[in-house]
Design a protein around this ligand. Structure first.
Ligand SMILES: *[C@@H]1O[C@H](CO)[C@@H](O)[C@H](O)[C@H]1NC(C)=O
Length: 372
């Protein structure tokens, strides 16, 4: 009793004292100061420029300012550093908004989380990252949310197809990775996908494999039905498929010398029965489909820490866009899913309503620019 009681008490204390940490937050609400927090890579000389903008329509002219891609057909490589942390034993929540107000044809809208040893000035497409997350659009064929995890030297893409938003509004993307090796993806604060890391990515080899020593016995009969050996083709079965039309008459004015020998046209034989096939009967020695027995895969070792990264220290926008104009805003990295939901409501949730209202005016009255 007492032990139980103490356990309950200590558990509640653990719950109460579990603090939420915000590792990174960026709202772009202090003018040009973001330039001191974000570093442009110089790995290539012609990366596209990000500019601070709320775009051509918005809910709030100040709050909706974010980083906007400003040059068509360019690569972008920008990143921001925060105090290094590990998500060991804690949830990891990454959240941000993406607004493709240019009505994007092809381009990335995702972020990458890097280990703290990333050289930001040299960040590029092949820099090793921990997680890549967010929307990616290219033509009608690709409209998906990437969730890629770096695990033991390899990038692993999710096995499921998560559709991203492809309209011109601002949308909130959230990834939650939990220490019990489960995950959740939310769009606009609504769950769109969830499950277990082990099931939805190919991090580990399969738990079971087909027994390499098992063979289907030679006499295993998998035929459910067989030809009836007692069924014989009737003797009068064979009839030609087409016969000369018995009703056809040689025309009166037919001239054998001029027209050649008269032949009646061919018609389908009403007595033709087609190809003969014996009746099918149940196979008396049918054994069912042979199932290859499975054994535990000797290559498989469970990993209770698939979710874990020892070092997370940089968030980056490393992407390609054909038609620029995408605005990234409201970046948040925390260990607290509830807090992220609240922040999502207060930022994206508060201004998107107005942003929608503006768009409906725009549609009704063509291009009259009514900013709210
Ligand atoms: C966020 O907003 C939704 C919709 O209004 C609401 O249902 C939800 O409880 C809010 N979440 C938090 C954490 O405030």
């Amino acid at each position: 009793m007492t032990v139980m009681f103490l356990l309950v008490i200590s558990m509640s204390i653990a719950l109460i004292t579990a603090e939420s940490s915000v590792y990174f937050r960026e709202q772009f609400e202090d003018g040009d100061a973001w330039k001191s927090r974000w570093v442009e890579s110089t790995h290539k000389s012609d990366y596209g420029k990000f500019v601070l903008s709320a775009g051509t329509f918005y809910g709030d002219a100040e709050k909706d300012k974010g980083l906007q891609t400003s040059q068509d057909a360019h690569f972008y490589a920008l990143s921001s550093r925060f105090k290094e942390f590990s998500n060991k034993h804690q949830p990891l929540v990454v959240q941000f908004t993406v607004k493709h107000e240019q009505s994007i044809d092809c381009g990335g809208g995702y972020i990458k989380l890097f280990p703290s040893d990333l050289k930001q000035e040299d960040m590029h497409g092949d820099s090793t990252y921990n997680i890549m997350f967010g929307p990616d659009i290219c033509g009608p064929g690709t409209k998906k949310v990437h969730v890629i995890f770096h695990y033991k030297g390899k990038n692993h893409l999710i096995n499921k197809d998560i559709r991203c938003k492809d309209d011109e509004h601002s949308h909130l993307y959230t990834l939650i990775v939990k220490p019990d090796n489960t995950y959740e993806v939310k769009i606009d604060n609504k769950k769109v996908e969830s499950g277990s890391l082990e099931d939805d990515w190919d991090f580990l080899p399969p738990k079971k494999i087909k027994d390499p020593d098992a063979r289907k016995p030679e006499d295993w009969d998998e035929r459910e039905k067989i030809d009836d050996p007692d069924d014989k083709k009737p003797e009068d079965w064979e009839k030609p498929e087409n016969i000369p039309d018995p009703d056809a008459k040689k025309p009166d004015d037919w001239d054998d010398e001029m027209d050649g020998e008269w032949e009646p046209p061919m018609v389908t034989n009403p007595e033709y029965k087609g190809e003969w096939k014996p009746k099918q009967i149940d196979n008396p020695v049918y054994k069912g489909k042979w199932v290859h027995p499975e054994i535990d895969n000797p290559e498989y070792t469970a990993d209770p820490e698939i979710y874990k990264y020892n070092s997370i220290g940089v968030i980056g926008l490393d992407l390609w866009q054909v038609k620029s104009g995408t605005i990234f805003d409201n970046f948040l990295i925390t260990n607290d899913p509830k807090l992220a939901e609240e922040v999502g409501n207060e930022t994206w949730g508060a201004t998107k309503v107005m942003d929608k209202k503006y768009l409906s005016i725009k549609t009704d009255q063509k291009e009259h620019a009514y900013y709210i």
